[in-house]
Ligand binder design. Sequence first.
Ligand SMILES: [Zn+2]
Length: 300
Amino acid sequence: MTNPPVCDYEGSDYQSTFWDQGGRTYEDRTEAIALQRLLPAGGHLLLELGAGAGRNTPRYIGFDRVVLLDYSRSQLEQAQQRLGSSDRYIYVAADVYRLPFVDGLFDGATMIRVLHHMADAPQALGQVRRVLKPGGLFILEFANKLNLKAILRYWLGRQTWNPFTPEPVEFAKLNFDFHPVAIRDWLGELGFAIEKTLTLSHFRVGLLKRIVPTGLLVFFDSLLQWTGAWWQLTPSVFVKSRLETGSPRRPDVPVDFISMFKCPDCGGHPLVDKKTYLGCPSCGKKWGVKDGIYDFRQPL
Ligand SMILES: [Zn+2]
């Protein structure tokens, strides 16, 4: 059903093994600082693509409402436990390549540590463009193939792929690193104007992380993040861009937010709320609704 392939975190304990017990405090805190620097003071509706277990969601404090989207239902269940049930959060299990939303809907979108798993990055970015309002803000994090470690390994002959060429590298199945110029080109072609670039994880080196206090590494990383405006040689890069044109502006989401959904298969809209599912008026498909999660991966 899904094409290109999707990296599925269903049933994964990613949050606890990678973040909570994985020695990633440094990375997590540098991301918090970058988001603080890139997020607007306020906004109405934000789309968090690849929200996972909601690690970053509490950082989007300026937005009235956040749609957490992930392909994995179990990740969204973990996010529900973390964030609690509130009207502020809407949980959607869906494929980034087939977003189940009407055009020109969101004031902002974030995609952090997600493009990393995209076999067709331009197609995914095109979907983001489609659902953003004109003037909408997009914060994208990508894994940078042009990082110092990769460059050194390449020069020493310990790595076969070339970090200087623009094409993505799939270094493990469905794990991609991207060249900063390719990212800029794709965003530019889609009508995004880049406003700010920050580089993160300058000190993602096992030995340093073990011997230098985390707070000190975070402090120096936060200073160096601004050098992203001139060069990008770190493994992680944040880009803030704004959609200059786009789909016609539509009125802000009404209280009944069901009207923001459309059928991901045929584009049918508005979907009919049958409580346990949303029915498509055009193709008749039924999209499941269970325990507060709207599921657009496979019809019932
Ligand atoms: Zn349909």
